[in-house]
Design a protein around this ligand. Structure first.
Ligand SMILES: [Fe+2]
Ligand SMILES: [Fe+2]
Length: 195
């Protein structure tokens, strides 16, 4: 092996290791925090195009201009973290989990043969709230709407002929729903403690 090949292979390995380590680090971090359901895990294996699951089903929950997309949730939580000091730590913790959701959904859409770089997004549906309690109420509603959106996808996949891709997607959806349910519970408890 000449020096050039040697170097390019080394850089490729470094890049792969770096990317995987950071992915593992952020996943470990959110699992260690109380803002996700660490009893339900992301799927192993892989999803691929042509197995009956339509990547378009995931696009609205990925970065749709709506109150239930993961991108909308991240902007809403991070903005509220700046607006309401008393809620800051919880909102940042939840936002990090939503970032992992966005990350994993983006990977899934790509694996299913979809495009993540064509959809436009605006902040029309970001609900900042007017106070800590109205912010929490808005978040609880958005989390519930997100769970409904995920359940609608489950209902589309369940009747399909089952294969590795359907299994992978259903486990992904189970994980996302489990985390959103943790968020509903945490936000509801916090709202009660404010009232
Ligand atoms: Fe989420
Ligand atoms: Fe959530």
């Amino acid at each position: 092996m000449d020096t050039t090949t040697d170097k390019s292979m080394m850089y490729r390995l470094m890049k792969e290791r770096g990317a995987n380590q950071l992915d593992a680090l952020t996943l470990g971090l959110v699992n260690a925090m109380k803002y996700s359901n660490s009893n339900v895990v992301y799927p192993d294996g892989e999803a691929k195009a042509g197995d009956g699951v339509d990547w378009m089903w995931f696009l609205p929950v990925y970065k749709g201009t709506c109150d239930f997309s993961e991108l909308n949730a991240i902007i809403q939580y991070v903005s509220q973290e700046s607006l309401y000091d008393e809620l800051g730590e919880m909102l940042m913790g939840i936002a990090m989990v939503e970032m992992k959701h966005l990350d994993n959904l983006g990977d899934l859409i790509c694996d299913l043969g979809g495009r993540i770089d064509t959809q436009k997004y605006t902040t029309t549906f970001v609900n900042y709230g007017k106070s800590p309690s109205t912010a929490l109420q808005a978040n609880i509603q958005s989390e519930k709407d997100t769970i409904s959106a995920y359940n609608e996808i489950v209902d589309k996949i369940t009747p399909l002929k089952q294969n590795k891709t359907t299994k992978y997607c259903l486990q992904m959806l189970a994980k996302l729903i489990a985390d959103e349910e943790v968020h509903v519970n945490l936000l509801t408890e916090r709202l009660k403690s404010l009232n």
